[in-house]
Ligand binder design. Structure first.
Ligand SMILES: N[C@@H](CCC(=O)N[C@@H](CS)C(=O)NCC(=O)O)C(=O)O
Length: 234
């Protein structure tokens, strides 16, 4: 049985991490038999991040590696309906969302005090009194430093939202009148893009970034379609 190492549900989403939800969607799309291991420790995985997939003694780390593992194990192609050009577009969309838009959301969650109070209580609320706030502060600082290292964490908030807006417009224009990014069947890009949009639409605080997603009916309808089609059925 495949075991998905995950953080645990948060803010109405099956996991706090959009990358974990992406892996859940890929497992669902592959019709795999798997179990969720919420509360897993990211420090015990090869890249010190979640998701990771335990397969017998092996640990498959990183959602993209999980994708290739599943395609290989089940002899499937998540992008089966796509031609060569669409496959290239799919890859570019995935990279845009995972290496850019994701970091906008990360800043919104971890740097913005209105979101941070909720994160702090969710992730660190059960820790003992003195050590808990200390660990929370340390982890927050390290996440913010990673966003600064990436670059987006150094932008003014408005500049970050402006950058995210361009990503959302690109997603909207790719969708057009379609249900999914490449037509009426979900593909790998939907597992990345749909879950990242859903994550930030579900942010606990009513921030400008959250409103950016909520105010776009095309994206909200898209999130609903992705959730209905490929989210794990609980
Ligand atoms: N490229 C990775 C990114 C995964 C990732 O960034 N996971 C974050 C949560 S969203 C994480 O585990 N962070 C814990 C840490 O950095 O210590 C993937 O696709 O799986």
């Amino acid at each position: 049985m495949l075991k998905l190492k995950s953080f645990g549900p948060a803010f109405g989403q099956p996991d706090a991490s959009p990358f974990v939800v992406k892996a859940m969607c890929l497992l669902t799309m592959a019709n795999a038999e798997w179990e969720n291991n919420p509360g897993s420790d990211s420090r015990k995985t090869p890249y010190k991040k979640l998701p990771a997939l335990q397969v017998d003694e092996a640990m498959i780390a990183d959602s993209e590696t999980i994708r290739y593992f599943l395609e290989d194990k089940y002899a499937i192609d998540f992008d089966e309906p796509l031609d060569v050009q669409q496959r290239a577009q799919s890859r570019a969309l995935i990279r845009m969302v995972e290496e850019h838009f994701y970091f906008c959301g990360l800043c919104d969650r971890w740097m913005n005090d209105s979101n941070w109070v909720h994160l702090k209580s969710l992730f660190f609320g059960d820790l003992p009194p003195v050590i808990g706030p200390f660990i929370a502060k340390h982890v927050r600082k390290s996440v913010i430093n990673s966003a600064k290292g990436q670059g987006i964490g150094r932008f003014e908030y408005d500049k970050m939202v402006e950058r995210a807006t361009h990503d959302l417009v690109a997603i909207e224009n790719t969708l057009g009148q379609q249900t999914f990014l490449f037509g009426d069947k979900p593909t790998a890009a939907d597992a990345s893009v749909g879950t990242a949009l859903a994550a930030y639409a579900a942010s606990p605080a009513d921030t400008a970034l959250k409103q950016l997603v909520l105010s776009r009916p095309v994206l909200m309808a898209y999130i609903k379609s992705v959730e209905a089609a490929i989210y794990p059925k609980s």
